[in-house]
Design a protein around this ligand. Sequence first.
Ligand code: HH2
Length: 279
Amino acid sequence: MSRPSETTPPRVMGIVNATPDSFSDGGRFLAPEAALAQARRLIAEGADILDLGAESTRPGSDPVPADVEIARLVPLIEAIRAESDIVISVDTMKPRVARAALAAGATIWNDVTALRHEAASLETAAELGCEVVLMHMQGEPRTMQHEPHYDDVVAEVRDFLAARAEAAMAAGVARGRIWLDPGVGFGKHMLRHNLPLMAGLGQIVALGFPVLLGASRKSFIGALSGGAPPDRRVGGSIAAAIAGAEAGVAAVRVHDVAETVQALAVWAAIRQAGATSPA
Ligand code: HH2
């Protein structure tokens, strides 16, 4: 899942929320038919991967029982699988949910806790043989925005991700199946931590694993645009995706697929022209 070259754009992972309280969609896609319609739209807009989540991780959100997550996700995955071979990622911290989603046709386990939520997480990922996204988060979703602290945010996030990759490999996850994610907005001060982290993405890419960047519609973009609400953060989200592309990330997790695909195509074409034209 690494990028073949510096002029290849990152893959675009479109977000499909099957939650009643996700901050950016406001639960508009809760009904299975509506989530399926959203998935179809993102595929048509050029998504390479769909990331399906049934538990919101926004600050202050309540946990969702595994059975509820499974009931929201499995029929949706089966319905997408019945009509498309798009890569499906499941955004869950629970091994039982990951197992059910993988059995239904997902191939990537996106875990915002980097396989720390349950004792069985590491072994389950190894057993399932799936790709895993290991994301950095300081604290846990309910409390993570209460006074996050770092002495050096880039070094701390990088070292955490390197250690989690080691732990996953020690448990039997193949090196080639591991993705890393800096976890923009997860236990990070809006500007004091997220901006240096975005600026230091290259240090995380340098660890040698494909990096997934999830900056789409996040609150630091609102803070930099006069308090724009989530659905008015497209421009800032694209700027963040381009910054990720420049730094060498392998994929961007976004809400606005069509706009991001277009922006990255233009970015890649410019890079390509620069790489092939005489000086
Ligand atoms: N951000 C959210 C959820 N899952 N997974 C990864 N790997 N990286 C991220 O940055 C990331 C993630 C944000 O979660 P939520 O509050 O559910 O909002 P939405 O899913 O609409 O982005």
